[in-house]
Design a protein around this ligand. Structure first.
Ligand SMILES: C[S@@+](CC[C@H](N)C(=O)[O-])C[C@H]1O[C@@H](n2cnc3c(N)ncnc32)[C@H](O)[C@@H]1O
Length: 216
């Protein structure tokens, strides 16, 4: 799986963020600069990802190699992507490179913000974060992780939050196909409310919705 580097601006659009609450988890944060940029805004923010088990040279190499591989996926499914949000492929590349640099600098300077861990078991106490964000893992990789894994992963994200969990996107990577088990998984969540909400971001054609789960 790719360890990609989306920026704060992309997270802001994907998750329709206005103001951030005091504490935020970026789950499956990979090489994103969201954590570095949110911390610079004074937020108590933690990134969690299994990739943080890698040594620094391995992580640098993995993050740097993800951009061209990610571009190959887009080229392979050219007709499934739209460019109105980025404007042009060059702009997207520029954002990814800047975000990767920012991430690699921040993890070097503030390693405590970056925790090695993997769903469906996260190393945080109940209700540790007001908001958890999960970009491009759940549903994106539904060909790798099955329905039961998704249910367990969502329950774990709910456990470690006191306010909301937001997940984007809700379609498979590459093809942008819907995930057949999504409604069933949502039906099985107990003690929470959920809604599928439109966001001001689209890259995979038609993937302009996030899942918002709120503690009742
Ligand atoms: C496509 S990247 C997304 C990175 C970042 N959120 C972004 O939007 O650019 C998917 C990330 O999920 C991480 N990952 C894989 N399995 C995971 C698991 N079980 N729990 C949490 N993260 C996982 C990978 O290491 C990778 O960094």
């Amino acid at each position: 799986m790719l360890v990609t580097s989306r920026s704060y601006a992309e997270y802001e659009a994907m998750f329709d963020l206005t103001e951030l609450p005091a504490s935020v988890l970026d789950c499956s944060a990979g090489g994103s600069s969201f954590t570095a940029e949110a911390a610079a805004r004074g937020v108590d923010v933690v990134a969690v990802d299994p990739a943080y088990e890698l040594t620094m040279p391995e992580l640098v190499d993995t993050v740097r190699r993800s951009l061209p591989v990610g571009n190959d996926i887009v080229e392979e499914h050219e007709d499934k992507f739209v460019w109105h949000w980025y404007g042009a492929p060059e702009r997207r590349d520029e954002m990814r490179l800047e975000a990767a640099d920012r991430f690699l600098q921040d993890i070097g300077e503030a390693p405590d913000r970056y925790v090695a861990g993997r769903l469906p078991e996260l190393p945080f106490e109940d209700g540790r974060f007001e908001l958890a964000l999960c970009s491009h893992l759940l549903f994106t990789w539904a060909d790798t992780f099955d329905r039961d894994w998704h249910l367990a992963a969502l329950r774990e994200l709910i456990r470690v939050t006191s306010g909301e969990v937001r997940v984007f996107p809700l379609v498979l990577q590459g093809t942008g196909e819907p995930v057949a088990f999504l409604p069933e998984v949502l039906d099985e969540l107990a003690g929470v409310r959920w809604e599928i909400r439109k966001v001001p971001y689209e890259f995979q054609a038609g993937a302009d919705e996030m899942l918002v789960i709120t503690h009742s």
